[in-house]
Design a protein around this ligand. Structure first.
Ligand code: ZN
Ligand code: CA
Length: 420
């Protein structure tokens, strides 16, 4: 049976805070034509520290169920149906995570004047968080990003109808005929699913969180989506602003944690780095030491640093960790604290943080370490990189007259065949 670790759950919160603040490392993949409408939605997420009865909580409830899977999206929300009753929607965003018998990865209610205890988001456990996910395609937590978009009144970018007339209510997301499932190069050869009609001459925004592409393909909300979400928030969800859920009713004596990964940030260069994390003393007692474990990504070798200093209650300090080797392209940095003052941490849910980042070679590729053949060529060339395995970014193909092809954006694995 599936049991999600606290850290897998924490990693989902990290994804939301990157995607809704546009701190996501893969924002560099947003096509140039959409960079100007890509938005910081300015909403942040955190696990609750106070439950509806005023007691301390880590914001996570694990409930045993006799349901092997849930066949609908309502039963997870009721204890009487094998699920777990909601906490008041006035003070919490409820996320139910469970095995689902559905082709969908998740489901969300929309905000309205008549919301009840079913308000919230259901997510398939295989697509929750960005560490230890079982899904091969939905392993970066974007199902959560997408569903919470619905919870804030966004509809799908294709307007939920199989045509180019249906709109999603956002002017800066081009009209799109249908959902996109496969990650493709932007723009499509045919430019848009609306066959390049005047309604869409730019291309489909299939990398929007509100399309159906795989997690590694998604990287933006648009500015109009942001406006739509904030409008819905201000109309229907303002009670959350006075929620006490983030005010812990009690403190522990020995409780250290990480509030933020300061480095790596989105894009770094070279084959090694010295990470920087901000540690916070959440407990009542001063802390003079702790261990910090860290990884360039979740699956790799464990690095440890023994921190010593003097951190008063509620104090925080930025710690630079010893250098570690890096690997190119997409990574999830992970760090966690352990054993403040040499004793057990009394609240481990705040110990762990993840950060997405992209590594590029210290030396950017030059003509000298790229081989292109055949040369001259007709409609197809092969590109090989001598000193690196892949190249991320955009490229043009020039012909002998110096005429340039359309811009292409994708990750190239060497050798790579370009048709033009
Ligand atoms: Zn959806
Ligand atoms: Ca802690």
């Amino acid at each position: 049976r599936t049991v999600l670790s606290d850290w897998q759950i924490t990693s989902q919160i990290d994804v939301l805070n990157e995607d809704y603040r546009r701190f996501n490392a893969d924002k560099i993949k947003t096509p140039a034509v959409f960079q100007s409408v890509a938005a910081d939605v300015e909403i942040e997420f955190a696990l609750a520290n106070r439950d509806p009865n005023g007691n301390w909580t880590n914001g996570i409830r694990r409930v045993q169920t006799s349901n092997l899977v849930f066949a609908d999206f309502t039963s997870p929300k009721y204890t009487s149906m094998g699920g777990d009753n909601a906490w008041s929607r006035d003070n919490y965003l409820n996320l139910w995570v469970c095995e689902l018998d559905s082709p969908l990865l998740g489901y969300s209610t929309f905000p309205s004047a008549s919301m009840d205890e079913t308000d919230g988001v259901v997510i398939h456990c295989k697509a929750f968080g960005r560490i230890d996910c079982n899904s091969k395609k939905y392993y970066l937590g974007r199902t959560g990003t997408h569903e919470i978009g619905h919870w804030l009144n966004l509809i799908h970018v294709w307007g939920d109808e199989d045509c180019c007339n249906a709109d999603d209510g956002c002017d800066d997301t081009p009209l799109q005929a249908k959902p996109t499932y496969k990650c493709q190069e932007f723009p499509f050869t045919s430019l848009s699913s609306c066959n390049n009609q005047p309604c869409n001459t730019v291309g489909d925004m299939f990398m929007n969180y509100m399309d159906y592409t795989v997690d590694s393909c998604m990287n933006l909300f648009s500015n109009d989506q942001r406006i739509r979400m904030l409008a819905a928030f201000n109309l229907y969800r303002t009670s959350l602003l006075s929620s006490q859920a983030l005010i812990p009713p009690t403190s522990f004596s020995n409780d250290i944690g990480i509030t933020k990964v300061l480095f790596p940030d989105e894009l770094i260069y070279g084959d090694s780095m010295a990470p920087v994390v901000r540690i916070h003393n959440y407990g009542t007692q001063s802390i003079s030491s702790c261990d910090i474990y860290y990884e360039k990504d979740w699956k790799n070798y464990l690095n440890t640093f023994h921190w010593t200093g003097n951190l008063a209650s509620d104090g925080e300090v930025d710690v630079t960790l010893p250098k570690i080797a890096d690997s190119l392209w997409n990574n999830i940095f992970c760090a966690w604290t352990k054993d403040p003052n040499g004793t057990q941490d009394e609240d481990t849910t705040n110990d762990f943080r993840t950060r997405s980042y992209v590594v590029r070679p210290a030396t950017e590729p030059t003509e000298n370490n790229v081989i292109v053949y055949p040369n001259p060529s007709n409609t197809q060339i092969t590109v090989e990189f001598k000193d690196f395995e892949s190249l991320q970014g955009s490229y043009f193909v020039y012909n002998i007259l110096g005429q340039r092809s359309e811009e292409h954006t994708s990750e190239l694995q060497s050798p790579y065949v370009i048709s033009y």
